[in-house]
Design a protein. Sequence first.
Length: 816
Amino acid sequence: MRQYDPSEIEPKWQRTWEEEALYRASDAPDDPRPRFYALDMFPYPSGDLHLGHAEAFSGGDAVARFAWMRGHNVLHPIGWDGFGLPAENAAIKRGIHPKEWTYANIDQQRRSFKRMGMSFDWTRQFNTCGPEYYRWTQWLFLKLFERGLAYRRLAPTNWCPKDQTVLANEQVINGACERCGTPVVRKDLVQWFFKITDYAQRLLDDVDDLADWPERVITMQRNWIGRSEGAQVDFEIAETGDRVEVFTTRPDTLWGVTFLAFAPEHPLVTKLAEAGGAAGAATELIDRLQATPLTNREQAESREGVNLGVHAVNPVNGEKVACFVAPYVLLEYGTGAVMGVPAHDQRDFEFAREHGLPIRVVIAPEDTELDPDAMTEAWPHEGAMVTSGPFDGTPSPESIEAVTAWLEEQGKGRHAVTYRLRDWLISRQRYWGAPIPIVHCPDCGEVAVPADELPVLLPDDVDFRPGGESPLARHPSFATTTCPNCGREDARRDTDTMDTFVDSSWYFFRYCSPQEAGQPFDPEKVAAWMPVSQYTGGVEHAILHLLYSRFFTKALHDMGLVPFREPFLRLINQGQVIYGGASMSKSKGNLVEAMPLVERWGSDTLRLTILFAGPFEDDIDWKLIAPDPNRRPGVNSWLGRVHAAVFEAAAAGGDGEPVELRRLTHRTIKGVTEDLERFRFNVAISKLMVLSNEMRSALDAGGGALPAAEALTLLLAPFAPYLAEELWREPLGHDTSVHLASWPSFDPEVVREETVTLVVQVDGKVRDTIEVGADTSSEDCERLARESDKVQRVLAGRGVARVVVRPPRLVNLVTG
RNA sequence: GCCGGGGUGGUGGAACGGCAGACACGAUGCCCUCAAAAGGCAUUGGGCUUCGGCCCGUGAGGGUUCGAAUCCCUCCCCCGGCACCA
């Protein structure tokens, strides 16, 4: 028998698996096996695999292999999210082309995944920066455009004056550019948006169907969509006759309105300031805010404001109240104007105190009396309406509905729902992305590039360094084109590219028919494979990618292209691998690469180390798990013992296998199966350790252990695929792969224990344990308990007032 | 502030309301070795012990129960998300 040597057996089986084309999903319609789509979030090719990849894909691979062995027809694909800013940054830094950098990383990651023995269907790989893929990204953009779900409008953005580019909100750290530290400024640009807000309610409602999603992800999606329900109320400006809508969740406080406040960008502000004679002060405030980055604006908490000098008429009582422009009012939310109710809203309260505005109590708390002059903060809670005309005495929350109904009757307002969710800004003034397939014609406006002219190819010869406009606009010929509609020769292509999140919003459809040349995906194949059975990936995508993908799926559903409304039925978020309490990153220099560990100890050891370290969904601190990189990992030693024990068991055969080992084997099969169904990899592995220990003991005692060794090898296959294959084919002598073998089943009769440990308690404290038959009756349990010497001693003659018996495991004698 | 998830030995973590700490890591002692690495064996929650055992112990405090890490209430702390959201 040889020593366990992963450096020999792992490459050997890697080659064999490749030759035998082991992991191919079958599209055959008559394939009787149930289909299972095991999807791992595809990687961004920004370097070689690190421990974060090892964690995610070790878990995802275990899920896929388990499904294979349980007789499923498994689709377990891999691809690359190839476009994006990191490639541009790296390319600029190294003086090479983003394409070169990206493809080199893809090659490297592909080699590493193969070295780790991932059970991917390699015939289905693609990457999103290939023209055969982004052609269909562009096609899908046009489908959304056709349906009015892609549109262009002027929007405020964060602009870095040094890098000369727009930044996403996530790329602005404390008001400064994350790349160069320059404070960003606000710049209004015409940008493309996807109208995800049309789907806000459905995205919210259907969350209820996602029963197998982590609670935290569902909560994050709900928070992000941010639905609030209330009323829209119409105010009129007394001096100009303009109508102003405000949104409120508390229409029951309408009688307490003492002012109206507008966002600085509100379209009426300039006009009203002029009408009220406050143009100078208002303009000063607005100009100052224009220069303030959006992200800083939202953090400012001043209660400054300028009185516009005009008055709004409160529709419920005809009162005239002052109008202000105030930075605390956001244009993007609600209607961009709010009614000020200082007594019952903290921000309005602070604003009123700052500007000497009246505070009027219109909601009475149950147990206290509110005195406007003595109040130190607003009373935002429920209570009965007072000083509110016809509604005096109406308690909340019914009052809200009652007032809303009344507003509708009176034609002064209506029930309204507002969302925090904004439309998705997808324009990027960057090079390394899919070009937006639109032509701008002086006569026809925005014209879709005809489908048969797709893809709009991303040219290679572009100076992609940041320079104040989209790099494609600087290309000598890219933008120059004729209008597909009228043939005008001075039309121009759109020179922006799409956000990379567009690419990743539909890649899981493409895997179902990756070579499809005439459409983005084959609807029949998508209908056969999807929705995804199990999606594995990091929680950092809890909102963006998962929300966008859900939106795409719903839009495609509405187009009649897919028969389902949700793409991912079950979702699991693996935890992060951190180091010394901090997240790993290249810039911190604490990123641990996976392949050196694979070379040193083997892929199986790395997988097991990670999966055994703790619950799959929890973070792993690598510094705690592997404090000394030169020390042999514990699971590597264990695999060595398993290797030796299975060889010995094969030689010893099955005769004379102890009954205890047989029972433990069946219980382990049961337990590991249940654990795998619930992603409890760490617990499953611990059970395999217990079984191998018991096997060792049986062998040392001269007994047989072959059935246990066979079962152990099969159960090990999802976690340590190479060693399992080696043991299955060599000492155990099978001539086909362990990964094509059937998952073992257990015999419930064997699992059932013959003897159990009866716990005997006195007053709830354990005083004795007795081995008894599994079918011992209540009467016998109680008798055995009472007869126990230890129990007698503790009782010391005291009487037993009550007996609780749970045969055959527990007797509790209560002395009362 | 609102929402979600947590708090168990030196460490990672186990535990259908029924023997808390499975399985590991680390540590200590011993064996093997010229030595080291590797490997093997033993011990390892705290305190007491007449060596039979006894007491305490799952963030804190209450409660339900024959019995609570587990269920309920109050509080503290940690992590994540959202947040001038009207």
